[in-house]
Design a protein around this ligand. Structure first.
Ligand SMILES: [Cu+2]
Length: 457
């Protein structure tokens, strides 16, 4: 005699279950609980049958069509994020972390848009961006004076000039608050944070900032030096004499903390003004909530902080840093803006980038205002230096080869206020851009070993 549950199963294999997936679900629903002779109540099965019949005749076809449509739209539209005149025209107020922003550039781009091509003259030596902590004497004085003058001139430019200090902050704000919308879309906004655009876009941003300073100073050889915040160890000179190895860089550079200097900014966390307090780049990111303001940082000793910073750098640059994890999540046309750091940011964007922005506080807390603080620029110079270091570390580290990354295209005003069309692929080779970074003691975190103390490697 046929098992009762099999008979019931046959009866309740619904003719309306046209999709295979539903056949499986339907048959499982009846068979599995019945194997021990524990049958469902017949009436509840009938109710279930009716519900599924309604679903299969109405809801399922609608869902199916929606899925098909989204696949078609995505495959048709996928491509590199591309900023155009139209993107500027449709710019609108944005938000970051629930905070509203209103920083669109003028909707009409006047004049031509000129393609940017690296035009480095190979017969000239590369300019060198140096570690701020190793500048001293005449070199430091000259550099400080130049920055003083450069920022005075930049701040004096009218708001109508896209090279003004204020307008440079505004363009970072527009790119970082979902103010730009993907062309042809009404709701897919663009962000250059929390995805694979983070590193190249900020390299471009600092590059054009430097070119504007060069132009204002009348000094094409001027280089914006970097804040070597990741270097927390004063090393012995065993690594050679070509670079800056003898001095830790994990304090706020004095010229950025001197109220008499143009590079000073008062709107920072009190911690940044405490002499001899190393920065904390190892914050637990789960504590971040933009609407609640900055979290409370622990009062670590210098030795504890040094160890934690080296550990997090080792993790962010080596242990966790395969290509995808390091560069950040793919982000192309058709993709929604990523707003959860853990969902899209590369390891380097999380630590030390977000953690140090948070530690500095004030304007630096959010992309709406971050470049108002001049420390943004040497900070981000070091970020892109670390990208170069990561590529040289081995471990198979390499940049993505996906054309949707390589051909992502942005618009920046150059030192002559001419709009330039810039692709990621043009910003991968520092030599082609005409500069390099002074060597520093990256060994302080490269060779970090959990089992050792914070003494120099
Ligand atoms: Cu940014």
């Amino acid at each position: 005699m046929e098992e009762p549950y099999l008979a019931m199963r046959r009866e309740y294999l619904m003719p309306g279950c046209s999709l295979e997936v539903f056949r499986v679900i339907c048959s499982r629903y009846i068979v599995f609980p019945s194997t021990e002779g524990q049958f469902f109540d017949y009436r509840s099965l009938r109710a279930f049958h009716r519900t599924l019949s309604i679903m299969t005749s109405t809801v399922v076809p609608i869902l199916f069509i929606q899925i098909l449509l989204s696949i078609v739209v995505t495959t048709t539209l996928a491509g590199p994020i591309t900023i155009t005149r139209e993107t500027f025209r449709t710019c609108r107020p944005g938000t970051w972390g629930g905070i509203p922003s209103d920083c669109c550039p003028p909707k009409l781009i006047k004049g031509p848009i000129v393609d940017f091509c690296p035009t480095f003259d190979a017969s000239k030596p590369l300019r060198v961006r140096k570690a701020l902590q190793c500048l001293s004497g005449h070199e430091l004085e000259t550099y400080t004076r130049k920055l003083e003058r450069g920022y005075a001139l930049m701040r004096a430019l009218p708001d109508s000039d896209p090279r003004s200090f204020k307008r440079q902050n505004a363009i970072h704000c527009a790119y970082g608050t979902g103010s730009f919308v993907q062309d042809g879309s009404t709701n897919l906004t663009i962000d250059i944070h929390l995805n694979w655009l983070f590193l190249p876009w900020h390299r471009m941003f600092v590059y054009f900032h430097e070119r504007i300073l060069q132009k204002l100073l009348g000094d094409p050889e001027f280089s914006l030096h970097f804040w070597n915040f990741d270097n927390s160890v004063t090393a012995t000179p065993r690594h050679g004499s070509r670079g800056c190895y003898f001095k830790a860089g994990h304090f706020v550079p004095p010229m950025y903390n001197d109220p008499s200097k143009a590079t000073f900014e008062a709107n920072r966390s009190f911690m940044t003004f405490e002499p001899n307090r190393p920065v904390d780049i190892a914050l637990d990111l789960s504590q971040l909530n933009p609407l609640l303001g900055p979290p409370i940082f622990p009062n670590n000793t210098v030795e504890e902080q040094t160890r934690m910073n080296r550990e997090i750098m080792h993790r962010s640059m080596i242990t966790l840093a395969n290509t995808t994890n390091f560069i950040g999540k793919a982000y192309r046309v058709g993709d929604a803006r990523i707003v959860n750091p853990a969902a899209g940011a590369g390891t380097i964007e999380l630590w030390p980038h977000i953690t140090l922005h948070t530690y500095i506080g004030g304007w630096m807390l959010q992309p709406i205002t971050a470049p108002i603080d001049p420390i943004f620029y040497p900070f981000h110079a070091n970020m892109e230096r670390l990208w170069s270091v990561w590529r040289k570390l081995g471990y198979g580290n390499d940049d993505p080869t996906d054309p949707d990354w390589l051909d992502a295209t942005f618009l920046f005003w150059d030192e002559n206020a001419v709009m330039r069309r810039v692709k990621v692929r043009d910003f991968l080779d520092l030599n082609a851009l005409g500069y390099r970074y002074e060597e520093v003691n990256d060994a302080s975190w490269i060779f970090f070993d959990n089992s050792t103390s914070s003494s120099a490697p």
